[in-house]
Design a protein around this ligand. Sequence first.
Ligand SMILES: Nc1ncnc2c1ncn2[C@@H]1O[C@H](COP(=O)(O)OP(=O)(O)OP(=O)(O)O)[C@@H](O)[C@H]1O
Length: 251
Amino acid sequence: MTTPAEKDIVIKVENLTKRFGDFTAVNQISFEVNKGEIFGFLGANGAGKTTAMKMLIGILNPTSGKANVAGFDIYNQPEQIKRNIGYMSQKFSLYEDLTIAENINFFGGIYGLNDDEIKFKSEELLTKLNFHAIKNNLVSSLPLGWKQKLAFSLAIFHSPKIVFLDEPTSGVDPITRRQFWDLIYEASHNGITVFVTTHYMDEAEYCNRISIMVDGEIKALDSPKELKNNFQIDSIDDIFYLLARKAKRIE
Ligand SMILES: Nc1ncnc2c1ncn2[C@@H]1O[C@H](COP(=O)(O)OP(=O)(O)OP(=O)(O)O)[C@@H](O)[C@H]1O
């Protein structure tokens, strides 16, 4: 029988490991993420974040360990996982040579929504992003920050249980990043769990909990407040630096 507490866990990872030949990219990581939580997945370059995320979204086979994502097993049910999650990477998947409206229709179709659903959700999205007047503009003509907001909105267009974001705000200014985070908060408020990697320490502060990965291992995991308490250091940036400078891997 599932207890109420277990029901709220949407990602459960136990001793997950990935080796490439003799090299252990991800070494026995374990953690849980709760429904609606904003979980920050931090680590220096080469720490193993992307490798771990690829295993969780069902596109890379682990060497050993277990993980359950959105209620499905990563070894046996990767297709169900893909249907229940959203994903946005730094090189997001928008079609630059299509308009905003065409991108929305295209993704709605891929996600298997019917025409009425696409129409309704499309209106909602254009209103939220204030994109009505520019909906027939090519995506290639948009500023990076606007593309990121559109890519995020499309990553959650099908109301997934979890959205995975791999450095979603790379390369834009702090104000645009803050606006992007308003969308993240809204998604989390609506029950979508957010799993996000970032290099920006101000963004780490916005997360409910963060994990810090060094050389393939999770070296710290807690809320920003508790981490500061435990390390007796008043800045996530300094805690990150303290842990990351011990890294042997230099990318
Ligand atoms: N297919 C592969 N074959 C061999 N080594 C790999 C492969 N993929 C990743 N690695 C290595 O595994 C380590 C972790 O890489 P990963 O991309 O997961 O790190 P990351 O934390 O996401 O870093 P970044 O922030 O730079 O994206 C790196 O040393 C990388 O070179």
